[in-house]
Design a protein around this ligand. Structure first.
Ligand code: FNR
Length: 341
């Protein structure tokens, strides 16, 4: 889709939401294999990305953005090209544009996080802190739109308690030329246990000409058919899923979800093949296992794992792991690159 944005139609699309630590390459690739139409990266903070080097990793066939401490901030590959959106945390049009110019060859689009209520974001004047600064929002989105005429430019917001105020802000966003707006139907102070304000999303979707991506529905999305129900309830073009995909990314699969056991196999092989580092791999498998970590033998063993080999031994992946490692060692060592996602 890069270079061809006007052909992207959001209607009926299912999207992997941005999720810190969860939205690394293996999760994104599985989401796409299972049927997701677009996959968002975890939120990447602008100044951290700007310190990265872009490296073409010929051993893996990936593009890596690596910081001064050899952490891989973002890894992408051909399999997600045209469908990968990088979400950035920013409060600066100037830095946002520098990021855009740095990564535009490798992404289908850029999304700006305008919903994160965490202290780190608020203190940095990012995420939900932007919601009360419409001029700054306009400056960031206008600058990105100009810098990326052929890419998708979007933002992801939370709603206000006042629906009219939400609509007013979204109309100002729409006027900057963004391609779509992701709307999480909770306010900045609400948490997952609060009901998602589907009616507020619908009011926004009805008021805008550009597509709205409905978000916040994971508690009501238990199977693939529920995605369409949520979309209809919200009157939205597209749906973006976070927590349900964190637990079981095969929610995107029309033919039905995989069992946790099948999913661990698929996740672990992707993690091995893409040289995903141990801390991030463990974190993502933990999200899949949930309470099974305490209630099954495999789960209890998993709790004690300290390296990729330990994880591989539980589920019979040692051979694949060693084969890949040997392959990369003969092709040149990448072992000094330490990524915890
Ligand atoms: C999130 N969320 C989030 N949002 C965002 O804009 N950028 C991010 O990096 C993250 N990170 C993140 C990590 C994890 C583990 C979770 C569970 C959530 C919020 C997420 O994208 C979404 O807005 C909410 O979870 C509501 O959608 P669901 O979960 O009901 O589908």
């Amino acid at each position: 889709m890069t270079g061809d944005r006007r052909k992207f139609d959001y209607h009926g699309k299912n999207i992997l939401a941005p999720m810190v630590r969860v939205g690394t390459l293996p999760t994104r690739l599985l989401a796409l294999e299972f049927g997701a139409d677009l996959v968002y990266s975890e939120e990447l903070i602008d100044y951290r990305l700007l310190k990265c080097k872009r490296v073409e990793n010929t051993l893996l066939g990936s593009i890596d953005y690596i910081d001064a401490e050899n952490q891989i901030l973002y890894r992408t590959c051909a399999a997600e090209r045209g469908r990968n959106i990088v979400q950035i945390g920013t409060c600066s049009p100037e830095r946002a544009v520098r990021v855009a110019n740095m990564i535009k060859a490798d992404v289908a689009g850029i999304d700006v996080n305008m919903g994160c209520p965490k202290e780190f974001s608020i203190k940095g004047n990012m995420g939900a802190a932007l919601l009360t600064q419409p001029e700054r929002i306009e400056a960031i989105l206008t600058a990105l739109r100009e810098a990326l005429p052929d890419h998708l430019v979007t933002c992801k917001i939370r709603v206000f308690d006042d629906v009219e105020k939400t609509i007013e802000l979204c109309k100002r966003m729409e006027a900057t030329g963004v391609d779509a707006i992701g709307v999480h139907g909770r306010t900045r102070d609400e948490r997952p246990q609060h009901a998602n304000r589907n009616a507020a999303i619908k009011a926004v979707a009805d008021a805008l000409r550009i597509p709205v991506i409905a978000n916040g529905g994971s508690s009501e999305i238990r199977n693939h058919e529920d995605i369409d129900k949520f979309r209809r309830n919200c009157g939205a073009a597209a749906v973006m899923i976070a927590r349900q995909a964190e637990e079981n990314v095969s929610i995107f699969r029309k033919e039905g979800m995989l069992s946790w056991r099948e999913l661990v196999d698929r996740y672990l092989s992707a993690a091995i093949v893409w040289d995903n580092r141990f801390p991030n791999t463990k974190y993502c498998i933990q999200r899949i296992l949930g309470s099974l970590q305490d209630s099954t033998d495999e789960g209890r063993k998993f709790l004690h794992t300290r390296c990729m080999e330990d994880i591989c031994d539980i589920w019979g992946f040692r051979e694949l792991f060693e084969e890949k490692q040997a392959q990369w060692e003969t092709g040149g060592s990448l072992r000094d690159i330490d990524d915890d996602g």
